[in-house]
Design a protein around this ligand. Structure first.
Ligand code: FE2
Length: 386
């Protein structure tokens, strides 16, 4: 395992050097899912994941074609949107992909400039700059397509003081399960088709000014049965990280291929959310009914002291406790990280969540890939899709 970690080329210091500053991004603004039943999805994300009721738009607020629920936990905002009529691009999206991520909204200082600069570099337009306003001020938004039917919407909200966006009202609910300690989005991973990873890597470099700071090939990411390749893209300040995966040839069907078959195209594979107390967060999520991938074998936990080396000294967590909760652990030169993956959160084996706690490490758990994928393969086996 240690050898695999050393094989990975770390170019973090190059993030600032190589990235272009034509698209300054302040952070992730929100993630919008198109779903079949937003009311029920909102209940799930509140009950199971501890998100808080935040804002609402629907028939009561003058919205006639859709309903959106905005949920919040610390810095994370999720928007769950469903169509009110059959003739709707939202409904079409759900029909084709099932519930999934439509919009990764990025918080910018100047949405018009973000749109112009990316369009100039070859982006495909989703929405020209649009000014919306209400009594709380105005928001400028503009959007471009990325992989599949997924969209990056640039949100400029410096002249807005409302809850979320114009058209939304504050959502007060009598039902408010407590948060589980999710803090912010660490990274969001996209699955793209056979041979398309480098196309999208180039797209993020040229159109968005991102840099590729980590790469894993199929020699590093494989099990006995399946393989994939992945490249991690980051913006200049490192706040936005988008790993891009593509399937690789192996004996059996890769989990990426399974995703592409069921999502019917490229799309967001997982959203990694950060916590600063993974033991507490995962204990709460389990108690609330979230299913996680099964634990790696005993040998995996026995090897942790050797894998962590000197980082063991700073490790506060009890390995037995991590094992009890099936949490995985990995280390790089700078520190260690703890992570765990949910099973897909909808019936199609598509989108899932990762819970991650970084203790100095800036990688993505490469040392866990093998154990993780073997666990996914056990699930694929049950589904008959391996
Ligand atoms: Fe991840």
């Amino acid at each position: 395992m240690n050898k695999e970690i050393k094989n990975i080329e770390y170019g973090l210091e190059k993030i600032f050097e190589g990235a272009q500053d034509f698209l300054p991004l302040l952070g992730t603004d929100y993630v919008e899912f198109y779903v079949g039943n937003a009311k029920q999805a909102a209940h799930f994300y509140k009950t199971a994941f501890g998100f808080q009721s935040h804002a609402y738009a629907g028939l009561e607020t003058g919205m006639t074609d859709r309903v959106s629920y905005v949920l919040k936990q610390d810095k994370i905002r999720l928007v769950l949107t469903t169509a009110l009529k059959s003739e709707s691009p939202i409904g079409e999206h759900v029909k084709k992909h099932g519930d999934g991520v439509k919009i990764i909204a990025l918080w910018v200082e100047d949405a018009r400039s973000a749109y112009e600069e990316t369009m100039k570099r070859g982006a495909e337009s989703y929405q020209e700059p649009l000014v919306t306003n209400d009594a709380n001020g105005e928001v400028v938004s503009a959007g471009i397509y990325t992989y599949g039917e997924t969209v990056h919407l640039f949100i400029e909200r410096k002249n807005y003081k409302g809850e979320f966006l114009p058209g939304f009202v504050k959502w007060d609910s009598d039902y408010n399960p407590s948060p589980v300690g999710l803090k912010f989005i660490d990274h969001m991973v996209g699955n793209v088709g056979w041979g398309e990873m480098n196309t999208w890597v180039k797209w993020y470099e040229e159109v968005m000014g991102f840099v590729n700071f980590l790469s894993f090939d199929d020699k590093q990411i494989h099990t006995e049965y399946s393989a994939l390749m992945s490249k991690v893209m980051s913006n200049g300040n490192g706040r936005i990280k988008f790993p891009i995966n593509e399937p690789a040839k192996a004996k059996k069907r890769s989990q990426i291929e399974e995703y592409l078959d069921f999502y019917e195209g490229s799309g967001v594979q997982h959203i990694a959310v950060a916590t600063d107390d993974i033991i507490k967060t995962v204990s709460l999520l389990r108690a609330r009914g979230i299913d996680f991938l099964s634990a790696p074998p005993q040998a995996y936990y026995d090897e942790i002291p050797a894998r962590l080396g000197e980082h063991m000294k700073m490790m506060k967590e009890d390995i037995k406790e991590l094992q009890r909760l099936s949490i995985m652990i990995d280390a790089d030169e700078e520190g260690y990280l703890l992570q765990i993956f949910t099973k897909p959160v909808e019936d199609r084996p598509t989108l899932f969540f990762e819970i991650i706690q970084r203790m100095g490490a800036r990688g993505f758990g490469a040392g866990n890939f093998k154990a993780l994928f073997e666990s996914i393969e056990r699930e694929q086996e049950k589904r008959g899709t391996l």
